[in-house]
Ligand binder design. Structure first.
Ligand SMILES: Cc1ncc(COP(=O)(O)O)c(C=O)c1O
Length: 382
């Protein structure tokens, strides 16, 4: 990389240039190979998030956002915070945590707030796992687990799933300090079998995170696990069911002894005051969101049925997305053709799922446009 200053000047500029080139002021001017980067960081491929287009002309069905805005009484919470942006927020997100505790029937000291649930997942790894120790997760799941564990220098152990991407039994992973299990589990979106989860938690040597990012779209929850196991952390996000992806609000719910340790690892002031206020208002107004979840679920049922009619192999879903493989075109080609029609879905260039697309459940109107775009592409190939 070139430095800001070439070092060919005279006088004070030449001295400054020398300093710059020695990396005193401009580390980028040094030979990059000399900089010590942790091998675990260098060897980890960067996480690839779903595309966030910079224009508003896409039907966006690629990152599992809620298609419906939060209700007005939730959005109103922003106004009270704007005159206070000069002041730091509550470092421990008390109101938000109390709202979560009330909603989920736990104590305040059982709740930790995160800057999105990605923050929670990071905190968990840094609290319970030393570099070199084992972090386990399914061989197909939320890919950020691997990135976080690998950057930390943990040993990654992938648990095999069957041809339908399902668990075939409890996860038995001797020595694992941490097991991540998302239920519903992406990219398929089906919840994991309850008895396998229960047996996993009972036999685990370390902590088990049950990641319920999509829990509100499913009939299953795992709150009762908290009464039985002191090694279980339930992770929740307000990004999907509470329509607050742009605010970054996540929650960990667990035994106070685990939360107390995680709290030391968390960044201070990890949630800004607008995120705390919106998150609190959302949880306190849960009843306003329930009809939206029902709407997403009924659109999901319709989407699954229509995709099957359009000759897709469709995976059953308990989440706000549907994972499906077209039988008449390569998934990568369909992804591209839809993108050209300004409809974004998610394609993963991963060997096991190369012929699948993951489609977020949008509004009925958005799904109608998607289905008619697919039907016309299919028609043009026949
Ligand atoms: C299983 C799972 N967990 C966690 C997250 C992260 O959610 P958040 O927006 O709260 O960071 C996602 C996001 O897609 C996810 O799929």
């Amino acid at each position: 990389m070139s430095c800001l200053y070439s070092g060919n000047g005279v006088g004070v500029w030449s001295v400054l240039g020398e300093a710059l080139n020695k990396g005193i002021f401009c580390p980028f001017g040094r030979n990059f190979a000399m900089v010590s980067i942790r091998p675990s960081v260098r060897q980890t491929p960067a996480y690839v998030p779903g595309e966030q287009p910079q224009t508003n002309d896409f039907i966006k069905l690629n990152t599992n956002e809620n298609p419906y805005d939060p209700p007005a009484q939730v959005l109103a919470a922003v106004a009270a915070e704007l005159p206070k942006v000069r002041l730091y927020p509550d470092p421990v997100s008390t109101q938000l945590r109390q709202a979560a505790a009330d909603l989920y029937g736990v104590q305040l000291n059982q709740v930790l707030a995160g800057n999105g649930s990605d923050d929670i997942l990071n905190i968990v790894v840094r609290t319970f796992v030393d570099p070199g120790e084992i972090v386990a997760f399914l061989d197909l799941t939320y890919s950020l687990y691997e990135t976080i564990a690998s950057v930390h220098g943990a040993k990654v152990q992938k648990i095999a799933t069957d041809a339908n991407f399902d668990l075939t039994g409890p996860v038995i992973c001797p020595g694992a300090k941490l097991i991540f299990l998302a239920s519903p589990n992406p990219p398929k979106g089906k919840h994991l079998k309850r008895e396998f989860l229960w047996q996993t938690c009972a036999q685990a040597e370390g902590v088990v995170v049950i990641d319920e990012a999509y829990g509100d779209f499913s009939d299953e929850d795992h709150w009762d696990f908290l009464q039985e196991f002191d090694n279980v952390i339930i992770s929740r996000t307000l990004s999907k069911s509470y329509s607050l992806a742009g605010m970054r609000v996540g929650l960990a719910i667990a035994a106070p002894t685990l939360i107390e340790e995680m709290d030391k690892v968390r960044d201070s002031y990890n949630l800004d005051r607008v995120a705390q206020a919106l998150g609190t208002a959302a949880l306190r107004n849960q009843a306003e969101f329930v009809p939206l979840w029902q709407k997403v679920r009924s659109t999901r049922t319709r989407l699954m049925a229509q995709l099957a009619k359009l000759d897709f192999q469709v995976c059953p879903s308990d989440a706000n997305f549907v994972f499906a493989a077209p039988r008449w075109i390569a998934a990568a080609d369909l992804y591209q053709a839809l993108k050209e029609k300004k409809i974004l879905v998610r394609y993963f260039n991963h060997p096991r799922i190369t012929n699948y697309l993951r489609i977020t459940v949008g509004t009925d109107a958005e799904i109608d446009q998607l289905l008619s775009a697919i039907a016309s592409l299919k028609g043009s190939l026949e």
